[in-house]
Design a protein around this ligand. Sequence first.
Ligand SMILES: C[S@@+](CC[C@H](N)C(=O)[O-])C[C@H]1O[C@@H](n2cnc3c(N)ncnc32)[C@H](O)[C@@H]1O
Length: 466
Amino acid sequence: MDISELDALQTSLNGALNAFREELTKAKLPELSTFSLEPHPLDSPEYLPSPRLYEARRLALACVGQLKTLLQSPYEKVVEHTLAPYDAVCLDIVLRTGVIDKLSEEAYRTTGLHVEQLHRFLDLDPFKLTAILRYLAAEGWLHEKNEGVYALNRPALELCLGKNGRKWALTRGKAKIANSLLDAITKPEWKYSTSPLETAFQLSHHTPLSLFDYLKANPAELEQWANSVRTYGDAAASALLVDFPWKSLNSQTIVDCGGGQGYLTISLAKILEDVAFVIQDLPEVIPITRVNVNRESPAAAQQGRIVVEAHDFKTPQVRRSGKTTYVFRLVLHDWTDQDCTAILRNITAIHGTVKVIIIEHVALPCTISSTPQEQCDESLRMLIDAEKYATASPPRYVPLNFGVCAKMNLGLGVHLLGVYNARERSLREWDSIIRNAGLRITLVCPLRAKLSVIECDVVAVDGESD
Ligand SMILES: C[S@@+](CC[C@H](N)C(=O)[O-])C[C@H]1O[C@@H](n2cnc3c(N)ncnc32)[C@H](O)[C@@H]1O
């Protein structure tokens, strides 16, 4: 007999939660608690969950997202969604007014603070604070212990000093750019533009400059922006080191193109002792990169095993000798298809044994199957004791991209549209860019993170061997 959407999602959610619990126990991890005053090991970007734990969590979240859509009144969904700008605004307020810092002080971590106390400490109106704090508590950010008394909860720990979530959240500009997106995509002269000079960024910031040129002229913003980009890479760093077979690149040179602050190279240099690295970026970024490399990898920097240099990847590649792999992490998603092809062609033009590695989110469609197919239970079972990560196939009524689990990347994709006229791409779209550049995909490696690795080599032409 056919089962309903509610039954199917409930069954899948139960299966996912059971698998999640089993994996927690196997890994000797503590129970999850939103009230905890300590981060859970799973909250650390360094912790790499077992493949089954990672997939069970993804599936459970996807089911919860689908169940919410199924159960919620459509009108309430509309109202919630249109009020969503306040999600970001309220988070910004508690960060910038010092509410989070006050609540994170040792004396108040457990007890929390009444809005009247926050008013005295921070000179903020308790009536106004209540609207903001209770909204955030309902969104799962704070714990309202008693009426008007707020304490940090586990998610809010990510907003405390030194945490990656805080660095990301404090980078300004997203709301401003979002407010100009409608104008940018309907402006008659710009609506079909692919130029990064004709976007919501220029409209919202009243500038003719691209984001990169704007940051060059505003060094303080450049540093903040670079730090937030770093956190996005950090979130995938441990999975990236384990899930992709980096050892196959031993005894060669790796060029980290648009390498930013250099953290990808810094972590790869620890596991690939037989590889020489070159980090390339724009001249204004290079001083930050140099400081980081000298601090984090002093020996490799001194031996010249990590070289840092200014290079514009829109010009012909200067590192072109021997066996070389060119890595682009979170770089190409900032560029239009034509620009990506042109950037990659600078590599294809090199003769020799050349590989290209692209590390990006690979977007899947949000299509939903309602016909019986391989049960997700089965793919989660296949992952029992698995060391190698593989993605589980979504069960009935769960989107191919696991719905809400893709929101972080797709949200960033809309932001990229607002900043560069770019967005996150599907594998078919990557494949088209890669082929147009004279490359071909040799491996697509999903990670226990929101990114995948696409490995490519150069297509041989005119009898040339690749
Ligand atoms: C989103 S960041 C990614 C940084 C780094 N790959 C990472 O994963 O952390 C994009 C980088 O591309 C660099 N970039 C932009 N235009 C460039 C160009 N024309 N040549 C070289 N690097 C460029 C930026 O300065 C920035 O560091």
